[in-house]
Design a protein around this ligand. Structure first.
Ligand code: NAP
Length: 313
């Protein structure tokens, strides 16, 4: 039986609608949540991501502003910019779009963001809150995956969860969230022995690797839920053929654009998994929706009692 497709667009729309309702309720108390996005230089991929984030803010009713220092910005200049955003009361969330140019000390800049405004959840204080199960801001991609699992009524407690990838942005916080939700969690990486065998233990398998189609059918226990975080551009026709040969729609896109977006999970996995996220249209849309949700949450946490009574997000 083919896998159930977990529709990220649909769940993201629900989350955005909830954030919009919360923003509306907060406006009754005279509060408008605000997000500042810092975009350094002219990285085309970053520009696309930031455009999506700003557009989403407009839809939800969040105030947003973009700060765009040049590519030759120094660490000190960025620290000053972050300090200014930290001071401003109308800014609830600060997002520094990564990657930063090589001359900038990225860790120092991320550490300078006020943890109460750290809507990416990357500050060590928020990492600590997550690992000790205290309220805080959680990285958007793994938080979105938890929303997807919960809203799709996929059982987590007591299940075997395997996370492939241990980045600070996805793999580690994902593992922590699944552990906090009472899954039995294994985290894998490039040094893991017999990765397919470890992955086959999973009731829930999360792939956050950055390698197109690496998770093939032999990694997946029949009926498992497979979450594909990967976003890889495939441009090589031979590689494309190993992934999508015979898929007329993809072949047409590939011919037209010379590239296609592929996850870390091979399309053949849909034949064995119980449920699976597509790429595109799976985890990607949830990431931006959770940024909206995190900005509302930051506004409520920062502004405390003035908004405590208002809605759930
Ligand atoms: P990352 O920082 O490069 O981490 C990749 C992880 O995969 C590392 O832990 C690495 O292990 C592991 N890995 C690499 N090759 C492996 C192999 N052959 N076997 C086992 N493990 C292997 O990447 P990331 O930032 O977590 O992102 C992962 C993917 O998710 C990328 O495709 C990225 O574009 C995508 N992404 C998507 C979203 C979204 O919104 N959909 C958000 C963020 C990221 P080591 O630690 O041993 O090197």
């Amino acid at each position: 039986m083919p896998a159930i497709i977990l529709d990220g667009n649909k769940i993201a729309a629900e989350i955005r609608a909830e954030a919009a309702a919360a923003v509306k309720a907060m406006s009754a108390a005279g509060i408008r949540p605000g997000l500042a996005v810092v975009l350094v230089g002219n990285n085309p991929a970053s520009e696309i991501y930031v455009r999506g984030k700003v557009k989403s803010c407009e839809e939800v009713g969040i105030y947003s502003e973009q700060r765009t220092p040049p590519a030759n910005v120094t660490t000190e200049e960025l620290l000053e910019l972050v300090a200014d955003l930290n001071r401003r009361d109308e800014i609830d969330g600060i997002l520094v779009q990564l990657p930063l140019p090589a001359q900038v000390d990225s860790k120092k800049v991320l550490l300078a963001v006020d943890p109460a405004k750290d809507v990416d959840g990357f500050h060590p204080m928020n990492v600590g809150f997550l690992s000790t199960q205290r309220p805080g801001l959680v990285p958007c991609t793994p938080a979105g995956i938890m929303e997807m699992l919960e809203r799709s009524r996929i059982k987590i407690a007591g299940q075997e969860a395997v996370v492939v990838g241990r980045s600070d942005i996805v793999g580690k916080p994902m593992a922590m969230l699944l552990l906090n939700a009472n899954a039995t969690v294994t985290v894998c990486h490039s040094k893991t022995r017999d990765l397919p065998a470890v992955c086959r233990r999973a009731d829930i398998l999360v792939a956050a690797i950055g390698r197109a189609g690496m998770i093939t059918r032999d990694f997946v226990r029949p009926g498992a839920t497979v979450i594909d975080v990967g976003m890889n551009q495939v441009t090589d026709p031979a590689e494309f053929a190993t992934l999508f040969a015979g898929n007329a729609k993809r072949e047409e896109t590939f011919r037209a654009k010379g590239a296609t977006l592929v996850g870390d999970v091979h399309p053949e996995v849909a034949e064995v998994a119980g449920a699976i996220t597509p790429v595109p249209g799976g985890v990607g849309p949830l990431t931006i929706a959770m940024l909206m949700s995190n900005t509302v949450k930051a506004a409520k946490m920062r502004r405390g009692s003035r908004v405590a009574e208002l809605s759930r997000v």
